[in-house]
Ligand binder design. Structure first.
Ligand code: TXA
Ligand code: MG
Length: 347
C-alpha cells in the first residue's frame, strides 16, 4: 500500500466548543473521501463517508478486512436512523430510546440508501449513535453518516487509545483524532431487531440484563455458545483480538494458576499474566498486567484490550489470563477472551 502522511489531532472531549477547528479539519478529510480514526465511548472507530463506496473501500484496505464483513453506520441523532431503514419495529424503538446514544447497535431492514459495500450486500443495516462528544461532533461536522469498524488491523485487539490506532494504522489512513481513552473498552452490543424478539449477535457494552429490563425476553445467537453454529453477524466467525504471543485462559483457583506459571517457567518460557487485582496480589510472576477488581467488571472491560496489546513489545512467549463470570458485561469480556485465546485450561 502507498504510505501516506497521517494527520494527528488531540482533542479534549470536555471542551468540544473550543476544538471546532480541528473537528472541521478532520471532517473536511472525511468529506473528501478519506478515512479518519476517531474516539467513541466503546473503542476507536475507523470512519469514512458511508454514502461514498470508494471511501468505504479504503477502510477495508487499511484494516485488511474481509469484504463479507459489514460495517456499522454511525449517526449523530435518533431522527437520522429512519433515513436508512424500511421500518423501525416497536421493540427497536424501545431499545433506541433506552440506550442511544450508547454502546448499542441495532440491525434493521435496510432501504438500500447506503452503499452495499457497507452492508456487504445484506438486506439489513447496522446503526448506532456513539455516546462521545468528539464522535458526534465529527459526524455532524462532516454532514455524513459514518461507516466505522474498530480502528485496528483485522484480527488484532480493538483500540481503546489513540496510540493503539497509531501502532496499527499510522501512514495507512488520512488522520487520527485523539480524544483520550475510551470509557467502555469493549464494542457495542449488536442486536438484531428484524425478528419477533431481539437477538444479540455480539455481546457488548449494553448487557442482556439491561435490555431485558426494557423489552422483556432477549435472545442470544446460539453460535456464541456452540462453535458448530454459523454466527449471524458475519464478523463473529473470524479470529479476533489476538495478541502477538499465544493466550491461554486459565479457569481455576490461585494455586492452579500458579502451577501453570511455574510449569512454563520450568520450560524456560517467559510468561505474561493478565489478572484481576485480587489474583495479581496472590500470584508470584515477573510480568503481570493488572486490569482491575473482579467486583467491578466495567473496569475489567475498560482495560482488557490494552492488556492484550501490553505484552506485544515485551518478548513474552506466552500469556496466561484469568477467566471471569459471564454475567452482565462479563458476557462481552468472556466472548472477547475466548476469541483471542488459543487454549482454555480448566482445573
Ligand atoms: O462499538 C462498536 O460497535 C465499534 C465502534 C467503532 O462503533 N465498532 C465496531 O465495528 O465494533 P466492527 O466492524 O469491528 O464490528 C461490527 C460487527 C461485526 O461483527 C459485523 O459482522 C456486525 O457488526 N454487523 C455489521 N452489520 C451487520 C448486519 N447487517 N447484520 C449482522 N451483523 C452485522
Ligand atoms: Mg472490530
Amino acid at each position: 500500500m502507498i504510505e501516506k502522511e497521517t494527520h494527528y489531532w488531540t482533542i479534549d472531549p470536555n471542551n468540544i466548543q473550543q476544538e471546532n477547528k480541528k473537528i472541521a479539519e478532520a471532517a473536511t478529510l472525511l468529506q473528501a473521501g478519506e478515512v479518519v480514526a476517531f474516539p467513541t465511548e466503546t473503542v476507536y472507530g475507523l470512519g469514512a463517508d458511508a454514502t461514498n463506496s470508494d471511501a468505504v473501500a479504503k477502510i477495508f484496505q487499511a484494516k485488511g478486512r474481509p469484504a463479507d464483513n459489514p460495517l456499522i453506520v454511525h449517526v449523530a441523532e435518533k431522527a437520522q436512523i429512519k433515513t436508512y431503514v424500511t421500518e423501525i419495529p416497536q421493540i427497536a424503538e424501545k431499545l433506541i430510546d433506552a440506550f442511544m446514544p450508547g454502546p448499542l447497535t441495532v440491525i434493521l431492514k435496510s432501504n438500500q440508501k447506503i452503499a452495499s459495500i457497507v452492508t456487504a450486500g445484506l438486506d439489513t443495516i447496522a446503526i448506532r449513535i456513539p455516546d462521545h462528544t468528539v464522535a458526534r461532533a465529527l459526524i455532524e461536522a462532516s454532514g455524513r453518516p459514518l461507516a466505522a469498524p474498530s480502528a485496528n488491523t483485522s484480527g488484532k485487539p480493538s483500540p481503546t487509545q489513540a496510540i493503539h490506532v497509531f501502532q496499527d494504522l499510522n501512514q495507512k489512513i488520512a488522520g487520527i483524532v485523539d480524544g483520550g481513552e475510551a470509557g467502555v473498552g469493549v464494542e457495542s452490543t449488536v442486536v438484531d431487531c428484524t425478528g419477533e424478539l431481539p437477538l444479540i449477535l455480539r455481546p457488548g457494552g449494553v448487557t442482556k440484563e439491561e435490555m431485558e429490563a426494557v423489552v422483556g425476553e432477549v435472545l442470544v445467537d446460539q453460535a456464541l455458545k456452540q462453535s458448530t453454529e454459523q454466527p449471524k453477524a458475519p464478523g463473529m466467525k473470524y479470529n479476533h483480538y489476538e495478541p502477538d504471543a499465544p493466550l491461554h485462559l486459565i479457569q481455576g483457583d490461585t494455586a492452579f494458576f500458579q502451577a501453570q506459571i511455574d510449569q512454563l517457567i520450568s520450560e524456560s518460557k517467559k510468561v505474561g499474566v493478565i489478572a484481576s487485582e485480587e489474583l495479581a496480589n496472590e500470584l508470584q510472576a515477573s510480568h503481570i498486567k493488572q486490569i482491575g477488581t473482579r467486583s467491578d467488571l466495567k473496569t475489567i472491560a475498560k482495560h482488557l484490550y490494552d492488556a492484550l496489546r501490553f505484552f506485544n513489545e515485551k518478548e513474552i512467549d506466552i500469556i496466561l489470563c484469568e477467566t471471569f463470570t459471564d454475567q452482565g458485561v462479563g458476557q462481552a469480556i468472556m466472548n472477547r477472551l475466548q476469541k483471542a485465546a488459543t487454549k482454555e485450561i480448566k482445573q
